[in-house]
Design a protein around this ligand. Structure first.
Ligand SMILES: [Zn+2]
Length: 312
């Protein structure tokens, strides 16, 4: 059976990797203590497919995390901690009095400093909604597609920070965000950056289903106005956060060791003993190397990319 065409531009896609679901299950258990087998039903393998035309990269078939999966993740204190670097980026485009729609608003951290009467959040997670409401913010438990279908008064700014990589239908999501923005207003998306070194790292399990459903590159964001009524204003690739320097250094050391030993480059998910031994060794050397990355010019781009558009 042929793969479904690209969700964004409808071109035929290329399969770039096959991932055994059993390996993902092992990695979620090892790294996070989460049992995710039930999230995949009877699926044995997942494909990663890339569209050569628009560079949309997604998993086939699409597997979305259940509420139970996200409940498990929230048990890890770091999951909702992130005061995201892209908030500062987006605030540069915010004007006094702007009516903001924050899609997947979490605890509403982006609204800080903005008049609450001009802010509306959309969110599914009960715990996050409670935190946002405690800040005095209005939040609806609704997806942006359903919100757009209610034909609301258009917003001056529509933003979705680190949401698109979790949804099932990216085309419908982007179309709805665009629809509820007034012409001349700003539509802002941030996602993990598929061009970041982290996408070359092995076993970055949260970058896979059921957590992430798709990956987004700079080329994808550059081309997006070809498919939606948007004009590109700016693309910002966030610098690597100092807290992630050891991760970068470990990845670099491990890749160097594999090359030096003449090993085949590993699969995106690798549960082998050989990989575990190399990873342990790399962490030692990587820890030393990370201390040398003191100058920003020595650091690569970070894990978040933000794309700012004007609604046509
Ligand atoms: Zn495409």
């Amino acid at each position: 059976m042929d793969d479904p065409p690209c969700l964004i531009c409808h071109s035929a896609r290329q399969r770039i990797h096959t991932i055994p679901v059993a390996d993902l299950v092992v990695q979620y258990r090892r790294q996070l203590g989460l049992e995710v087998a039930a999230e995949f039903g009877n699926l044995r393998h997942l494909q990663i497919a890339r569209c050569p035309r628009c560079d949309f990269i997604s998993f086939v078939p699409s597997v979305i995390g259940t509420e139970q999966f996200y409940d498990g993740l929230q048990g890890h204190a770091w999951y909702y901690l992130a005061d995201k670097a892209e908030f500062a980026t987006a605030r540069r485009f915010l004007r006094p009095g702007n009516r903001v729609l924050d899609v997947g608003c979490g605890s509403g951290a982006f609204a800080q400093g903005h008049p609450v009467e001009n802010y509306l959040g959309l969110e599914y997670t009960a715990g996050a909604i409670a935190m946002a409401e405690a800040r005095g913010l209005s939040v609806r438990r609704q997806g942006v597609e359903a919100y757009a279908a209610s034909r609301p008064e258009p917003h001056d700014m529509v933003c979705a920070f680190q949401v698109l990589e979790h949804v099932a239908d990216q085309r419908a999501f982007i179309a709805a965000c665009t629809e509820v923005c007034r012409p001349g207003g700003r539509v802002i998306f941030s996602t993990p950056n598929a061009d970041c070194f982290a996408n070359a790292a092995c076993n970055l399990v949260l970058n896979f289903p059921p957590h992430h459903t798709a990956w987004f590159s700079r080329r994808f964001w550059l081309g997006l106005p070809g498919y939606f009524p948007l004009r590109l204003v700016e693309i910002i690739e966030e610098p690597l956060e100092p807290v992630h320097l050891p991760f970068y250094a470990n990845t670099l050391v491990q890749a160097s060791l594999e090359k030096w030993l003449g090993l085949r480059s590993p699969a995106p998910i690798d549960v082998s003993l050989r990989h575990r031994i190399l990873a342990k060794f790399s962490r030692g050397l990587g820890g030393i190397l990370a201390r040398g990355l003191v100058d920003e010019r020595l650091r690569p781009k970070g894990q978040a990319i933000t794309a700012v558009y004007e609604r046509c």
